[in-house]
Each structure stands twice: as structure tokens, then as C-alpha cells.
Design a protein around this ligand. Structure first.
Ligand code: EPZ
Length: 427
């Protein structure tokens, strides 16, 4: 396994281009199962998770080719409808094949994803929604088997919580159902809107994009898709926060500032300067050191479904608040165990106390944040450790970086081009 070595304390400068969104690429790749033919997806990031999704599609009989950021997928020759445990356990988003397989052939057998580092993450909302559409689901030996003996039928489905992949799975199952499906309390994340656009381009009839109520009128057939993946708002937010922590001035291109309303407000309140363009940010912050002192105000955040503060940026923002001028309360409301990064940050000198679903972060002077050997535990925690390493004095070593490479395309290379002293080495 490889690890990352960072020598911190250097400001960032230059330009960084944002890749396509992991959490849009995964559902859109799954949606190609809905109808046979060659589908074309542009701006697909090359990540561990997108490579895993391609392997899942191959397992089902699809073929694919990648030319740069464009991926073409042929799902004409489906030979199976089973996503095996060894793939699903490495990427829970594999459950996104359930909806399109049910829409295409009325059957699917997918390993239950099991828990993950950040929480139990059940899929009961997905299964209940399928049952509302006329699907019978049975659980046996760690697999869910979903079957519909006739064409799926439209229904009204209410989500207790606005589940992102739950909304996406039901959308994909409903587009060819008989009749009308209404999803109430649907997730409003931009990645769901990206999927709606792709399904409409395939011939689906969907109203309510970006709202919490989606209405789908089932159609008899669909055509292969031509779609572009939206920019990754979580990658964008990660680089915005990194400049706040390390100091410097960076232009972030190929992004969508409108997708980060909560983060930009919180960063501005903390004292980070952010200018927005149509598809770019310019972000700057003074270096926090003994000479120039601390420029960051401590601000509180509460994670919420979109458009609230994203849970996927909570760990990164916590790394920034380590250097705040006072006390920051970070309240995580989406997942029950998303503070795995705290213990690692504490080893660098951070003053953080966990109280139930909140973390209390007491700001320390930059010179007390020291590099250390760290271990990544999950995708966004890994990004948090990188950000802290960029701001800390001395050497930070992060092991198990396969977590990071699930969701960040060429992060080490992108940061090096911004002047960071960061490299990956064989462990
Ligand atoms: C998606 O996960 C994202 N993954 C996650 O990003 C993200 O953190 C999450 O949405 C929240 O924004 C992808 O899009 C591939 P949920 P998802 O269903 O869909 C509970 C990353 O780092 N719930 O919206 O699995 C659940 O436990 C990843 O890129 C049920 O109880 O999340 C959680 O508390 C991490 N039953 C809440 O709802 C269900 O059937 C929201 O989960 C489904 C969800």
C-alpha cells in the first residue's frame, strides 16, 4: 500500500482544474443498464470507485472504453443481473444497479453493502420504494433478491430521510414503470439533477428536477444516453478549504460555484476571501504563522441535506477550524460515526472534544499543529488529514491512501502543481 508524505507550512498558489463528480458518475454509469446500446458519458473522473463501477457493469455483461474523460458503455449484451459481494463490499454505491436492472428486466440480485466506516448505512428506503413499485424483495445469505413478475407499476413513495442513492435508485426503476410515480421528500443534491437530465435525454418523462418532489410518467422505451458529468462540488470544496488552511491564493476552474452555497458562506464568515466566477473560484487567505498571527474566525457548522452544509465536507472543514481564533461546534446530523478523523487530528496537536454527534474544536496557534504519522480511515477523513498536513509544521505521513483515491482524481499531482511539498511513496 502507498502512503503520502507532506512537508507542511507552504502556501498554495496557481490554478487547479476540477474533475467530474464521483457521486454523479456512479449513478449515471449505472443508468446505462436501463436500455441496450452504446451510451456516452463525458467528464467521467478516473477514480478507484468509477473503476469499480465499470467492473460491476462488466460482471453484468456490459463492455466499455475510455478515451480521456469520455467513457462509452455498451449494455446490449447483458448476461446477468447479479452484483457480487466482493465488488459491493468495496463500494456500497454498487447498489445503484438495482433500480436500472429492475427497470430493464424486472430482476436483480445484489449483495447487501453492509456497513462502512461512517455508519450502518442501511438501504431499507430503497427496498421499500421498490416494493411500492410492485417488486418483491427477499434477503438471503447477505444478498437482496428483487423480482417483479410483471412490468413495474407507478406509485407514490415517501422517503423518511431524503436519501441520495435511494432517490436515484427509485428514479431509475420508475422511468419505465406503468403509470405515474411520485417521490416525496426526494434528495435535491445536484448529482440527482444530473441523473434526471440524463434520463430525460434517454426519453424519460420527469418533472420537479432539483426539488423535493419528483414526478415520473413511465414510458415504454428509452434510447442510449449522451450525458456530461457535472463538476465535483466536494472536490471543489476540499480545495477551497485547503487554501484557507495552508494560506495563499488559488484559482479553481471547471467548477460550479452555485453548488456550494453553504460552504462559501461559512468560509467567508471564517475570514477566507472567495470571489466567484461563472465556472471558477478565486480563493485566498493569509498564511497563519507566528509572524502574521491567526486570521481564521471559528464558526459553527451543522451538516444537512442539500442545500445545507454537506456532510462530505465536514471532516475537511474541521481541519480548518483547528486553526480558528476561538471555539467551533461541528454538528454531524447525517451519519452516526463520521468523526473517525478526530483521533488522527488530535495526534497532530488539534484540540477537539467529541460530545455525541458534535465535535468541539478549540483553535490553536499554527505553530502548535505538528506533522505526524497518520492513518486514513475513510474517503473524506483522508482529505481532512491532507489539509491538516498542508497547514502543519514538519512532516506528515498518511498511510492507507487507497481511501483517498476512491474519490479524488490526482490529488497529489494537483497539490504539487499548487506548490505543496507532497509526494506519494511505496509503503
Ligand atoms: C450519498 O450516500 C453519497 N454517496 C455520500 O457520499 C453522501 O455522504 C450521502 O449521500 C449524503 O449526502 C453517493 O452518492 C455515492 P443517503 P447515500 O442515503 O445515498 C440514511 C462520499 O464521501 N438512510 O443520502 O448512501 C443513511 O443512513 C459519500 O462521497 C437510511 O436510513 O446516503 C443516512 O443517515 C459518503 N436508509 C441518511 O439516510 C436508507 O435506505 C442519508 O443517507 C438510505 C439512507
Amino acid at each position: 500500500m502507498d502512503k503520502i508524505i507532506i512537508h507542511g507550512g507552504r502556501p498554495l498558489a496557481g490554478t487547479v482544474a476540477i474533475s467530474g463528480a464521483k457521486n454523479a458518475a456512479l449513478p449515471l454509469m449505472a443508468a446505462t443498464l436501463l436500455t441496450p446500446g452504446w451510451h456516452t458519458l463525458r467528464n467521467v473522473p478516473d477514480l478507484r470507485d468509477t473503476r469499480t463501477m465499470l467492473r460491476v457493469l462488466e460482471t453484468l455483461g456490459a463492455t466499455w472504453e475510455r478515451q480521456g474523460a469520455t467513457v462509452r458503455i455498451d449494455t446490449s449484451g447483458l448476461t446477468g443481473a447479479e452484483a457480487p459481494y466482493d465488488l459491493v463490499k468495496t463500494m456500497r454505491a454498487s447498489v445503484l444497479v438495482l433500480g436500472p436492472l429492475l427497470g430493464r428486466c424486472g430482476y436483480a440480485r445484489v449483495s447487501l453493502p453492509g456497513g462502512c466506516a461512517i455508519g450502518a448505512r442501511p438501504i431499507n428506503y430503497h427496498l421499500r420504494g421498490f416494493e411500492n413499485l410492485g417488486v418483491t424483495t427477499t434477503l438471503a445469505r447477505g444478498y437482496v433478491e428483487a423480482r417483479a413478475d410483471t412490468r413495474l407499476r407507478g406509485a407514490t413513495i415517501y422517503f423518511d430521510k431524503p436519501s441520495v442513492t435511494g432517490t436515484e435508485n427509485i428514479l431509475m426503476a420508475a422511468v419505465t414503470a406503468h403509470g405515474t410515480t411520485v417521490i416525496k421528500n426526494a434528495a435535491r443534491e445536484p448529482e440527482v439533477g444530473n441523473l434526471v437530465d440524463m434520463l430525460v435525454a434517454m426519453g424519460a418523462e420527469i418533472k420537479g428536477k432539483d426539488s423535493d418532489r419528483l414526478t415520473i410518467h413511465g414510458v415504454r422505451s428509452l434510447v442510449p444516453a449522451e450525458a456530461a458529468i457535472i463538476p465535483d462540488r466536494i472536490e471543489t470544496g476540499t480545495y477551497l478549504i485547503a487554501v484557507g488552511a495552508a494560506g495563499g491564493e488559488v484559482t479553481i476552474t471547471g467548477c460550479n460555484p452555485a453548488h456550494l452555497p453553504a460552504l462559501t458562506e461559512k468560509l467567508r464568515s471564517a475570514g477566507v476571501r472567495i470571489d466567484e466566477g461563472m465556472d471558477s473560484f478565486t480563493v485566498s487567505c493569509p498564511v497563519h504563522d507566528a509572524a502574521s498571527g491567526c486570521h481564521l474566525q471559528s464558526v459553527d457548522i451543522t451538516t444537512l441535506p442539500y442545500p445545507g452544509f454537506p456532510t462530505d465536507l465536514q471532516a475537511q472543514f474541521m481541519a480548518l477550524m483547528i486553526l480558528g481564533s476561538g471555539v467551533s461546534i461541528i454538528h454531524e446530523t447525517i451519519f452516526e460515526n463520521r468523526f473517525m478523523h478526530v483521533a488522527e487530528l488530535q495526534r497532530m496537536g488539534a484540540d477537539i472534544t467529541i460530545d455525541g454527534s458534535s465535535a468541539i474544536v478549540r483553535g490553536i496557534p499554527a505553530e502548535r499543529l505538528c506533522g505526524a504519522p497518520l492513518m486514513a480511515t475513510d474517503l473524506r477523513a483522508s482529505a481532512s488529514l491532507v489539509i491538516a498536513g498542508l497547514a502543519a509544521s514538519g512532516e506528515t505521513e498518511i498511510s492507507r491512501i487507497y481511501h483517498l483515491e476512491r474519490g479524488y482524481e490526482q490529488m497529489v499531482e494537483k497539490l504539487r502543481r499548487l506548490g505543496a511539498d507532497i509526494r506519494r511513496v511505496k509503503e
